[in-house]
Design a protein around this ligand. Sequence first.
Ligand SMILES: Nc1ncnc2c1ncn2[C@@H]1O[C@H](COP(=O)(O)OP(=O)(O)OP(=O)(O)O)[C@@H](O)[C@H]1O
Length: 700
Amino acid sequence: MHVKSSAKHKNKPMRGSPGSALRAEGEPRKKRRFSTPGKQLSNGSPSSPIQMQRANLPIATGKNALIEEIRRNDVSILIGETGSGKTTQVPQYLLESGLAGHGMIAVTQPRKVAATSLAARVATEQNVSVGTLVGYSVRFDEASSDETRIKYVTDGMLVRELLGDPLLSRYSVVIVDEAHERTLRTDLLITNLKDIQRKRNAPSDVKGKGSAAKLNPLKIVIMSATLDADKFSKFFDDAKIVYVKGRQHPVTIYHTAVSQPDYVDAAMRTFFQIHTDQPPGDVLIFLPGQEDIEGLERSIQLYADRLPKDVQSILVCPMYAALPPGQQAKIFTPAPAGFRKCILATNIAETSITIPGTKYVIDTGKCKEKRYVARDTGTGFDTLLTRDITKSSAMQRAGRAGREGPGYCFRLYPEEAFDAMAESAEPEIRRCALTSSMLQLRCLGQDIEELDFMDKPDREAIGAALKTLYLLGALDSKRCLTKLGRDMAAFPLEPNLARAVVASREFGCTLEVIGIVSVLSASSKLFFDSTDEREAAAEARRKFRHRSGDHMTILNVVRAYQEIAAAEKKSGRKEWCRKQFLNDRCLAEAQDIRDQLREVCTRMQIDWKTSCGEDEQPVLKCLVRGLVQHAAFLQPDGSYKQLMGPSIVKIHPSSSLCDKKVPVIIYDELVYTTHIYARGVSTVPRSYIAEVPVLNVKGT
Ligand SMILES: Nc1ncnc2c1ncn2[C@@H]1O[C@H](COP(=O)(O)OP(=O)(O)OP(=O)(O)O)[C@@H](O)[C@H]1O
C-alpha cells in the first residue's frame, strides 16, 4: 500500500496473522493451544450465514477442548487474539454445553456500549430478542427477564449486584472480559469473586450450613487479548492459562516514518488518502478526547465539501463517553449506499466491540487518562490528561479492524515508538478516587485495607476516601457504616449526589433534588457552549437563571422542560430545546434517570413527590450535605479558598455566578485548564455549612 505525505507508513503484518501462533513473549508456565477440529454447532440452523460465521471463528476449532478446560478448572484465564470469538462465543458454548447448569452466565465489560452491543449480537446469534435468553444490565438501563441466561453487564453493575446478593447466587459462571483494562470495578469484582468462589466451592463439610452451602460452585473465566496472564494466574492460585490460537482475518499494520506532533492533522490526511485511494470500507479513527473529535469532524466536513463529485460521500460519526447512548449506538448503523462511514472515537471503542463495516483503523497513539489529583486530601479533582497509549491499547485498537475481512491499521507513530510504549496502563485502583467503591465495600462488610487485591491502593487514597465518607455521614467516627451510608449506597449515584437525595427526605424537597441530580448524572452537558452564537445562547439562558446559581438554574430548566414534555410530542421538545440552546439529549436522558431514582426512592420509602415549591432553601441545604467538601470561601482578591483543601479556585466561566462575588460557594467539580475552576456553582449562606451534622459536632 502506498501512503503519501509526511504521515508515511511502513508496513508490518500484525502478530498472530492467520495460522501463526498467538504468543510472542516466552513460553508461559501453563499453556494449551487448541487444534482439535470443532464439532458441528448444535444451536440454530448450521447453514444460516450467522451460524456459518460462528463456526468459522478461530475459537470454534477448539470449542470442545475449551469447554473441557473450563469444566475441569474453577478459574480459567483465556487469552485469544482480538476478534477470535471469546466474548460472543464462550458464553454460548457454556450455555449450550450445559456447563452453566441452571444458573446465569454473567459477562462483564468495562463499558456500557460494549455490554449493550454484545448482547444484541449474541441475541441475534441465538435468534432471540434482547432481554429474553440474552440480556444486559448497565447503569440506568437494563434488558433482562426471568428467561435470561447470558447477561452482559458492566463491571460496575455486577459490583452493585453484590450489595443485594453477596454470593452472586444467581450466577453459575462469571466471565470477566477485557480484564487487562484493570478498571477499579473490575479489580473490586475480581477480589470479591475469589472470596465468593472460596465460599461456594468449598467441600460440603467445610461449607457448613451457611447460605453458601445451598449454592452450586462458581466458575470464573478471565478473558482478554492483551493480558498479563501470569499475574492473573498467580492471583488465582496458579489458575490455568488457556490460549486460543490464530486470528480470523489479517490486519496489516503501517507505522509512520517519523512521529506526528499534530496528530489531528495527520489523522485527517491519512483519512483522505484512504478515502480517495482505497476500496470501500469504513474508517475508525482513535483520538484522545471530545475536543479533538469535534475539531477533526469540522475539518473533515470542510474538506469533504471540496472533493470531486465522483468521490464517495462521507458520513462522520463521533463516539465519546459524553454522547448519550442513543447517539453512540449510531456507529453500528450501516452507512447509506454511496457513503463511507468515518467514526471518530476515544478509547471507548477500543476494546470488545465489533463495528460492522470497519476495514481501516487510524491510531493517533494518544488517549486521555483519568487521574485524581491530590488523592491525599479528598478535596482534589479528576484530571484527564492526554498521554501516549500503551502497547496493549495499540493492539486492541488495531484489533477493531479485521473482524469481518482483512483489515488495515495506520499508526501515526513510528515502530520504535510502539516498541518503547509501556505494556499496559497503571490500574485505576492506583490512580482514581476510591470513595464510591469504599462505600460499596463497607456495605458488604469489607475493609479495603484488608482485602486481597491484585494491586493494593495507597494509604493516602484510602485515608481520603474514609474522610469523605465520614464527612458525608456514611461512616461514623469509628469508621463503621451508618444507616445513612447504607441508604446512600442504594442509589446508583456518586456518594455526594446520593447524600443530597437522602437529605431531601429530611428537608421535604425530594422532587426538586432528584430533578437536579438526574441532570448532573446524565452523560452529556445541559447547556451548549456554542461559540458561534454565544450572545444568543446567553440571552436564552438568562430566563432560567436563578439568583442562587447553577443548581437552581438547572431546576428551572427541568421544570420548563417538563411542561413542554407534557404538552408537546418529541419533535416539539427538540425544537424547544434548540431554541433555548439546551441539549435535548441530556434532558431526555435525565428523565430516564429521574424515573429510576424515583423507583429507588419508592423502594426506600422516600416519597419522591414531596416538594418544597418555589423555596430554594431546602434544596440548597440538601446540596450542602452532599457537597460539603466542595465548599469554598471568597478571598479579598476575588478568588475562593477551599474550606477543606489547600486550593485556590475560580468560578468557571460557564457558571451563572462567574461575574459575581459571593461569600460562600459550593460546586459540583473542579476542572483544571489555565486555573483550577469550580464548575456547577451555587452560593449558600455560611450557616448552612455550619449546620452539617459532622461539622456541627465539632462546633465548626
Ligand atoms: N455486531 C457484529 N456484527 C458482525 N460481526 C460480528 C459482530 N460482533 C461480532 N462479530 C464477529 O464475531 C467475531 C468475534 O467477536 P468477539 O467479540 O467474540 O471476539 P473477541 O475475541 O472477544 O474480540 P476482542 O478481544 O476484540 O473483544 C468478530 O471478529 C466478528 O467477525
